[in-house]
Design a protein around this ligand. Structure first.
Ligand SMILES: Cc1ncc(COP(=O)(O)O)c(C=O)c1O
Length: 380
């Protein structure tokens, strides 16, 4: 049997990672400005994280949700304190899409409505409801198409108002910062008006912080720049630094009942220890503050580089848009300069480094980036 061939891959086999660097099977070192797609928050193979996981694996990796699991309580308490959502509850799952799937479901259970409003250029995952609220018809299979969804432009509250006033929408789902769509940041005033409109119309506001959360934006959650409090917040990616874990933070007005939601693997012992260790390291190493500091430095230096159409971003989530496809720039960064970067669409380079990136490593990236741009490919 072979893996189902759905991923275009670089001809590089990564074998090892330490902090913001990865190493291929020949020992070649790469600077990681991609973080394995925003997953690596505390850095690769952090010794404290490895030690905590190893210790737990030796004791117990998994038991089902039918027994007391104090590790879940411990992680939920830490997450509540660090995120500023102490009064919310936590439902644990295994991935981002599953977090959004459960959030959409919970919203619909809560107000009994069926329709969902999402934003143009959104990405929320590939499971049934999550992919339906993703603005990309090419990945929506006929079996996913049942949910009624309306897409409106980002930062356009007047396009949303008449729809929500119909009082037929169960939820509005929106990313803290649009990632796959190209690093588009919702304006604070838009989010504040959206929160008020959702409150007025009893629509649940779901903030997808799967990519933008866990400190990446320079605040624990990107929506905290706007001072709003969504009913549901979804998390994954950086939450486990590579260990598969996701979650839904649930406001107090949502009532739990036995059997309402469920999962076999979600919240297992090893996952909780991974999630807890990540939070410990984020706190001790002040990684949210570091994301803000090093991210601001990167942004301030990137704007000085000529030939770039636009720079957008907050903290360690940065989009560098060009007038032409970036494939060749990214390939040369990777193969000649040994730097991993991400992309959004064809013309945007996306930086999603570990939150522990230092100013020195940011400078190293900038040097290599400028070197590649100075000999940029001929546009055709
Ligand atoms: C904003 C956002 N939501 C949801 C997802 C889906 O997460 P997963 O791939 O863990 O299902 C992603 C993944 O890229 C994402 O960026």
């Amino acid at each position: 049997m072979k893996p189902f061939d759905v991923y275009p891959v670089f001809p590089i086999e990564i074998e090892k990672g330490i902090g913001c660097r990865t190493y291929d099977k020949n020992g070649v070192e790469y600077l990681d400005l991609y973080g394995g797609h925003a997953v690596i928050s505390i850095g690769h193979s952090h010794p404290y994280f490895v030690q905590k996981l190893t210790h737990q694996a030796e004791k117990l990796m998994f038991y089902s949700n039918s027994v007391i699991n104090k590790l879940q309580d411990e992680m939920a308490e830490k997450l509540g304190k660090m995120s500023g959502y102490d009064d919310y509850s936590l439902f644990l799952v295994n991935s981002g899409a599953e977090a959004n799937e459960n959030a959409l479901k919970l919203a619909s259970f809560h107000n009994g409505r069926k329709k969902v409003l999402a934003l143009q250029k959104s990405f929320h995952g590939r499971t049934s409801a999550a992919v339906r609220v993703t603005d990309n018809p090419s990945i929506v299979a006929p079996v996913n198409a049942g949910l009624e969804v309306v897409f409106t432009p980002i930062n356009d509250i007047e396009a949303i108002r008449p729809l929500l006033l119909q009082r037929e929408f169960s939820a509005v789902i929106i990313e803290g910062i649009q990632g796959v769509g190209g690093i588009h940041i919702p304006e604070a005033s838009f989010l504040q008006q959206l929160e008020a409109l959702c409150f007025e119309t009893e629509t649940v506001l779901i903030l997808d912080e799967i990519q933008s959360g866990y400190g990446r934006s320079g605040k624990f959650f990107a929506h905290q720049y706007a001072g709003i409090h969504p009913g549901l917040i979804t998390v994954a990616k950086g939450m486990g630094n590579g260990y598969p874990i996701g979650g839904v933070l649930i406001a107090p007005e949502f009532k739990a009942s036995h059997g309402l939601l469920g999962t076999t693997f979600g919240g297992n012992h090893l996952a909780c220890v991974a999630g807890s260790a990540v939070l410990d390291i984020i706190k001790v190493e002040k990684l949210v503050e570091n994301a803000e500091k090093v991210g601001s430095f990167l942004l301030s230096e990137l704007v000085k580089i000529p030939g770039i159409k636009e720079i957008r971003g907050l903290g360690m989530m940065i989009g560098i848009e060009f007038d032409y496809p970036v494939k060749e720039i990214r390939n040369r960064l990777l193969f000649e300069e040994k730097v991993f970067t991400g992309a959004s669409g064809s013309n945007i380079i996306r930086l999603l480094p570990p939150l522990s990136l230092t100013i020195a490593d940011a400078r190293l990236f900038l040097e290599r980036f400028v070197k590649v741009l100075e000999t940029k490919p001929v546009v055709n």
